[in-house]
Design a protein around this ligand. Structure first.
Ligand code: DQA
Length: 147
């Protein structure tokens, strides 16, 4: 069975309450519940993880290999723009990854237009709200069938 790990970074635990005009009204719990239902339909093993701590995200990526994760879907949130450590962790484990952002990061402030992971992931989905995670699962299924 294919295994996908979805990682969400800082402040995404506040989804629904946090700037809903930019990030939507759904809570992370609601989104995750739908994602688990969706994954089940496709017989995909799904783990969802959120942390506000950079080191915890790094450790989660590091252990993904031993947990048999085939594809990582990651929204590093603010760490997208700052974290060399998360970039290095993705490179270290060598597991294909897909970058997701709820908002279109290229439509916003200058500092959000640069992602430190975009050149080490298979692809990026940005600007489609929570739907981006579902699109990423679709893309992950194709990535998996390629090997
Ligand atoms: C975000 C975009 C980031 O710039 C921001 O810091 C976030 C969320 C998004 O999903 O649109 O926290 O990753």
């Amino acid at each position: 069975m294919m295994k996908i790990l979805i990682i969400n970074g800082p402040n995404l635990n506040l989804l629904g309450k946090r700037e809903p005009d930019k990030y939507g009204k759904e809570t992370l719990e609601e989104i995750n519940r739908e994602l688990h239902r969706h994954a089940e339909e496709y017989s995909i093993g799904l783990e969802t993880f959120q942390s506000n701590h950079e080191g915890e995200i790094v450790e989660k990526i590091q252990t993904a290999k031993d947990s048999g994760v085939d594809v990582i879907i990651i929204n590093p949130a603010a760490y997208t723009h700052t974290s060399v450590a998360i970039r290095d962790a993705l490179l270290a484990v060598n597991i294909p990854a897909i970058e997701v952002h709820l908002s279109n990061i290229y439509k916003r402030e200058e500092f959000r237009r640069h992602s430190l992971i975009s050149d080490v992931v298979a692809g990026q989905i940005t600007g489609f709200g929570a739907k981006g995670y579902f699109l990423a699962i679709e893309a992950a299924r194709d990535l998996k069938t390629k090997d």
